[in-house]
Design a protein around this ligand. Sequence first.
Ligand code: ADP
Ligand code: TYD
Length: 217
Amino acid sequence: MEIKAAKKEEVKKGKFIAFEGIDGSGKSTQIALLADRLKQSGIRCYPTMEPTDSPIGSLIHQVMTGRMKMDNRVIAALFAADRLDHLLNDIDGILHKINEGITVLTDRYYFSSYAYHSVDMPMEWVIKANEQSSEILRPAVTVFIDVDPDTALERIAKNRFRQELYEKKSRLVKVRENYERAFGLLEKEENYVIIDGSQTKERIAGMVWDAVKGYFD
Ligand code: ADP
Ligand code: TYD
């Protein structure tokens, strides 16, 4: 007798794309442009960001705005925990979304931790602290929008009234160098593209599209 297994129709997984760059580099602008383009092509898409708006994320926001003080190692661990919750939570977690066939575009992921926290700590420590996330889900591609800190700070000054903890030039110089170092260290395991972010929003959007369109063929 032939036994027929009930076959669940397989949903094609959504893609996971991370955007990285120093503060003010233009990540959220490019995510919005890419999300519009994907939606116009009929691709379901969910833009998100880290730190998140979860309870862990709101603790982080209090630290970033100087309302709360914490040891740098604790801050780095909070970001790692926020990231795991971002991936795993049942309500709007990234894994849940991609399993439903939705493409997720995140404004920052573990490369932000590597770049920002290794200003104060060894990068190897930060990579280890985020090992769970990298094992659970690596981005199909990480898009790094590269701008020099002067340009980024000018953009921030034009559009915001307050500066956050890490938005100081000397720090952003180190963060940018750390991104470069992290990309070099993880060249074999990670897929990334570096895009010149000093150009117009439209030109950058064109380069971002060229970098990601192959994932949607
Ligand atoms: P991020 O998310 O990386 O902090 P944003 O996308 O919020 O950066 O951009 C910071 C500011 O710079 C915003 O006011 C945005 O309108 C502006 N901006 C973004 N991209 C460009 C660009 N290519 N040229 C000039 N200004 C830009
Ligand atoms: P936010 O204002 O939310 O983002 P952005 O500047 O990209 O618009 O600030 C996030 C800050 O948190 C930013 O300075 C980078 C920092 N950060 C870390 O230090 N570690 C991390 O793991 C992440 C995701 C962000």
